[in-house]
Design a protein around this ligand. Structure first.
Ligand code: GLP
Length: 259
């Protein structure tokens, strides 16, 4: 697990966007794993800028989103489909037929979840998965207690998640109680994982994820099992880490050839 602590949200977002752009440039037919929430918004803004100003080309790329509320239509303003369309997809040239967000209105939710995992495989697996983190350490909607090797499934949301998300809905009672989420096992299969966290409200979850034991109580701690996982935070979210971490991706020094 590599931890990179940036000065602020802008720098954190720029680095994450750079990492995604590198994957897109190296393999235009790449498969991106995308997240919702306020955290990746800066990253998406930077990707949009790169697309518009630098010609970053998504025309052959595909994407899979982590999660969606059960019972919420894509046209609902709080649906994750709506969020992704308005904050990213409509501003770049990714073909909409290549984008995937779990369908919260699927008639057979369990069959849809199994299909989603199969579909990720059919597209060749996820090249880079972006993640946020919940205040309780959840990733996607994998709440505390989720098995490390879980697959895409439907879940009941934690009390804290419902409270955290209440700000997006008119009333707390409007917050959906269930969601479809990629499993932790599904997430661990991505070739590369990048978790983003900013603000002091995430500091405890980040410390437990990075420096605590791997435990079902902190779902993000399962990322310690991933061979290519980068955690990027701002200084506030790094506030409870015990060790000091660098501010740039690690790089091997060049070996000087002896004459
Ligand atoms: C939701 C999403 C998660 C996200 C989390 C944090 O619960 N399902 O994928 O990481 O919120 O959201 P925010 O980035 O707004 O703090």
């Amino acid at each position: 697990m590599e931890v990179i602590v940036k000065k602020d949200y802008e720098q954190m977002s720029r680095l994450a966007a750079q990492m995604i752009a590198d994957v897109v440039r190296e393999n235009p037919r790449c498969v991106l794993g995308l997240a919702t929430g306020s955290t990746p918004l800066g990253t998406y803004k930077e990707l949009i800028r790169m697309h518009k100003k630098e010609g970053l080309d998504f025309s052959q790329a595909a994407s899979f989103n982590l999660d969606e509320y059960v019972g919420v239509k894509p046209t609902h303003k709080q649906s994750y489909w709506y969020f992704m369309y308005h904050n990213l997809f409509r501003h770049i040239n990714i073909p909409l037929e290549n984008v995937h967000v779990p369908d919260g209105t699927a008639a057979d939710v369990e069959a849809h979840c199994a299909w989603y995992d199969d579909e990720i495989e059919r597209w060749g697996g996820i090249d880079i998965q972006i993640l946020g983190i919940g205040g309780n350490g959840h990733i996607a909607f994998n709440e505390p207690g989720t098995a490390v090797f879980s697959r895409t499934n439907w879940v009941a949301l934690d009390k804290r998640t419902i409270e955290d998300n209440a700000r997006f809905f008119k009333r707390k009672s409007d917050v959906p109680r269930f969601a479809i989420t990629m499993g932790i096992g599904t997430i661990l299969e991505a070739r590369r994982v990048v978790l983003l966290a900013n603000k002091a409200s995430k500091a405890e979850a980040i410390a437990a994820t990075v420096e605590g034991p791997i435990t079902a109580i902190v779902p993000a701690s399962a990322l310690q099992l991933h061979p290519n996982c980068t955690i990027i935070t701002d200084r506030a979210a790094a506030g409870k880490l015990k060790r000091k971490y660098g501010s740039t991706p690690r790089k091997l020094p060049k070996v000087r050839k002896k004459k």
